[in-house]
Ligand binder design. Structure first.
Ligand code: NAP
Length: 305
């Protein structure tokens, strides 16, 4: 099949790097706009990849970078914003999605793949989930000349993830003891390579056109289970101390003021809803997802070494 010209907006991050590597390996030509000049240098190992430093929020720059693409993939996402008004989430998720879609329409791009998140909902409990919900509405309202697919994964793990690696660092620092807000919140962790496989299947549309896929790994785990498994694999052990809600809220509030916001009130609010699938999109896609327990030892802690 003919190789495709593909633009990855937000393609420099954790998921984007895994997707870019698979696309490049299959011979597709990639454009990787980024705001970060260091990311431009890091990506230079990929064949067939054109790296461009642009302001992706500038509609003209965006239109120029997507023009001539067969497929545009939007992977932009943030877990925290500066301040707490929600404006940062709205800009990165909802407004940017609207701009990317407008750029696709203006320049005649036929296909758009959108990365959302499980639980995205305009009426959700956090700015993160609400802004992701608004972004999905923009995708569904796109003019018919744009063929789209939406992916909504639960929490994603894999080499370079922030979740397990962050827990592993915290456990190493704390001697394996971790006080945890919302310890009983439930997830179905999904491997980044399975998420990439879903995107690969959807590149040319077909049965995935105008479809939305919730993506979950094979096993439902609580946040406490996730931390315990991380401790076991990383060799630190993990004693989780579940925090009562009132104290968890205070912990999140304090973290709002820690540089880099390792946890925040908005994250705490996102954890109010379980992050598990009712209808796992992997079934419809014919993909059998791998479990966290089988993959984590390949990249986390002493066992990977
Ligand atoms: N990781 C997970 O567990 C998970 C779970 C569910 C859904 N998702 C979704 O999957 C997508 C990718 O996640 P990820 O873990 O790969 O994220 P990531 O590693 O943090 O990468 C995010 C990407 O978005 C870009 N970006 C960040 N803030 C931006 C802003 N304000 N304006 C424009 N671009 C911005 C960055 O590009 P620059 O090069 O310009 O910095 C980067 O390439 C996101 O939409 C996320 O919400 C992730």
């Amino acid at each position: 099949m003919r190789p495709l010209e593909i633009t990855l907006v937000g393609g420099t991050g954790f998921v984007g790097s895994a997707l870019a590597a698979r696309l490049a390996a299959e011979g597709h030509r990639l454009r990787l706009p980024t705001r970060d000049p260091r990311a431009v240098r890091q990506l230079s190992v990929l064949p067939n990849a054109e790296r461009k430093r642009i302001d992706v929020h500038d509609p003209v720059a965006l239109r120029d970078v997507v023009a001539g693409s067969d497929v545009v993939v939007n992977l932009v996402g943030i877990l925290n914003e500066k301040g707490s008004s929600g404006a940062g989430f709205t800009r990165a998720h909802a407004e940017l999605t609207r701009k990317v879609i407008a750029a696709c329409i203006e320049s005649g791009v036929p296909r758009y793949l959108h990365m959302s998140a499980l639980g995205a909902d305009e009426n959700g409990p956090s700015h993160y989930l609400r802004s992701k919900g608004v972004a999905e509405r923009h995708v569904r309202a796109a003019p018919s000349s744009l063929d789209w697919t939406i992916f909504r994964p639960s929490v994603i793990f894999g080499r370079g993830d922030s979740l397990l690696n962050r827990f592993a660092s915290l456990l190493a620092l704390s001697g394996g003891i971790l006080p945890l807000a919302r310890a009983q919140a439930r997830f179905a962790p999904v491997w980044v390579e399975d998420v990439v496989s879903a995107f690969m299947l959807a590149l040319r549309g077909g049965a995935t056109s105008h479809e939305s896929y919730d993506l979950c790994g094979p096993k439902v785990m609580t946040l406490a289970d996730l931390v315990r498994l991380t401790g076991e694999v990383a060799g630190t052990g993990a004693r989780v101390i579940p925090l009562p809600d009132a104290i968890g809220r205070v912990q999140a509030f304090v973290m709002d003021f820690v540089p880099g916001k390792p946890f925040s009130t908005d994250n705490y609010r996102s954890l109010r809803v379980d992050n598990v699938c009712r209808d796992n999109g992997f079934d419809r896609l014919g993909i059998t997802p791998s479990s966290l327990a089988s993959i984590a030892p390949t990249y986390l802690g002493r066992r990977s070494r």
